[in-house]
Design a protein around this ligand. Structure first.
Ligand code: ATP
Length: 304
C-alpha cells in the first residue's frame, strides 16, 4: 500500500437486519490531511467510522487502516488510532483532569499533562466532568483521543450541539492538531465546518458516496456559480423564471443558483430596476449539498 494512504476503503457495506446503512463505498484518506465525511443524520457516517475503528464489522468489502486490515489486524489498529466518539461520555464524578489521567494510564502515557495544556483543559482541570459545558467536554474528549499518541484521529461529529464560539474554538484546536502532523477523519453535518477545516470531503447520503474531492473542486463542480437570495414575492418570481435550481429556506427566503456570472448579473440588474433587495453570495458547500441532494441540512442534521 502507498505509505501516504492511511485509510483505504474498497466496496465497504454494512447491513443491519435489512437496513442497508452503508452500500459499497470506496475512498482513501491521505496522510496529513483533514478528511471530512459529510451527510445528514442516518447517512451512514458513524457506521463507516466505527467499522474503520474496528468497533463494528462490515457485511462486505475491505478496508485497511495504517496499512493493517480491519478484520485481520483489529488489535494493531486500535492501539494506533485516537477516537472521539459521537456523544461520548466518561466518568461524570471524576474531574476533567482525572478522566484524562485515567485514559492516559491505559495507554501507559505519562506525558498527559502536556496534552492537558495543549488542548486547554488546564483552565478547568479540577472541575467535575458532569459540571462542564459542551465546549469543555469536547476538549476533554479530544484530550482523551490524544493520549494514545496516535497520528490518526477519528472525530465523530465533534461540534454537534456546541454554541458557535465553542465550535470555533474546537475548529482552532483541530487545525492545531493537524498542523502538528495528525491526520484527521472527521464526520459532520455542518457545511461551514467542512469548508473551514477540510482538505477533502466525501458527501454521503443513504449509505452512498455522492462525491469526493477537495472543497475547491467540489464547489466548482457542484456548487454552481453565484447564489442570489431574495425575499420579496416579485423578486422570487423573477428568479424562479430564470434559473433551474431554486430552494425555499425555512424562513421564507428564496435561493436561486446561477451557473454563470453573466446570467446572475442580468438578474441583479433587473432586481435593481425593480428596487428589490437581495443578497449575493459565492456558492459553497451548502450549494454543493443542495445540488447533490436537493435539500439543505438543518442544525440538527435533518434534510429540509
Ligand atoms: P447520525 O448523524 O444520526 O449519527 P450517521 O450518518 O452517523 O447518522 P449511522 O448512525 O451510521 O448514520 O446510521 C445509518 C443507518 O443505519 C441509519 O438508518 C440507522 O438507523 C441505522 N443503524 C445504525 N446503527 C444501527 C444498529 N446498531 N442497528 C440497526 N440499525 C442501525
Amino acid at each position: 500500500m502507498d505509505k501516504d494512504i492511511v485509510i483505504d476503503v474498497k466496496n465497504l457495506a454494512k447491513n443491519y437486519n435489512g437496513t442497508k446503512a452503508v452500500k459499497g463505498i470506496s475512498f482513501t484518506v491521505k496522510r496529513g490531511e483533514i478528511f471530512s465525511m459529510v451527510g445528514p443524520n442516518g447517512a451512514g457516517k458513524t457506521t463507516t467510522v466505527e467499522i474503520l475503528e474496528c468497533l463494528r464489522t462490515p457485511s462486505s468489502g475491505k478496508a485497511a487502516v495504517l496499512g493493517y486490515d480491519i478484520t485481520d489486524d483489529a488489535g494493531k489498529i486500535k492501539r494506533k488510532i485516537g477516537i472521539m466518539p459521537q456523544e461520548f461520555n466518561t466518568f461524570d464524578r471524576l474531574t476533567a483532569g482525572e478522566n484524562i489521567k485515567l485514559m492516559a494510564g491505559l495507554y501507559g502515557n505519562k506525558s498527559f499533562k502536556e496534552i492537558i495544556e495543549l488542548v486547554g483543559v488546564n483552565e478547568f482541570e479540577n472541575k467535575k466532568f458532569s459540571t462542564l459545558s459542551g465546549g469543555m467536554k469536547t476538549k476533554v474528549g479530544l484530550a482523551m483521543a490524544l493520549v494514545s499518541r496516535a497520528d490518526l484521529l477519528f472525530l465523530d461529529e465533534p461540534t454537534t450541539g456546541l454554541d458557535p464560539q465553542s465550535r470555533r474554538e474546537t475548529w482552532k484546536l483541530i487545525r492545531k492538531l493537524n498542523q502538528e502532523g495528525k491526520t484527521i477523519f472527521l464526520t459532520t453535518h455542518y457545511m461551514e465546518e467542512v469548508e473551514e477545516l477540510s482538505d477533502r470531503a466525501a458527501v454521503i447520503i443513504k449509505g452512498e458516496l455522492k462525491a469526493i474531492d477537495s472543497i475547491k473542486n467540489l464547489t466548482e463542480k457542484y456548487g454552481g456559480g453565484v447564489k442570489l437570495i431574495v425575499e420579496k414575492e416579485e423578486a422570487k418570481k423573477l428568479i424562479k423564471d430564470r434559473t433551474d435550481r431554486v430552494f425555499e429556506t425555512r424562513e421564507g427566503a428564496l435561493i436561486g443558483i446561477f451557473d454563470s456570472k453573466e446570467k446572475a448579473n442580468m438578474i441583479v440588474n433587473k432586481l435593481f430596476q425593480m428596487d428589490c433587495e437581495f443578497e449575493i453570495k459565492k456558492a459553497g458547500m451548502e450549494e454543493v449539498f443542495l445540488n447533490l441532494v436537493g435539500g439543505r441540512i438543518d442544525e440538527g442534521g435533518e434534510i429540509l
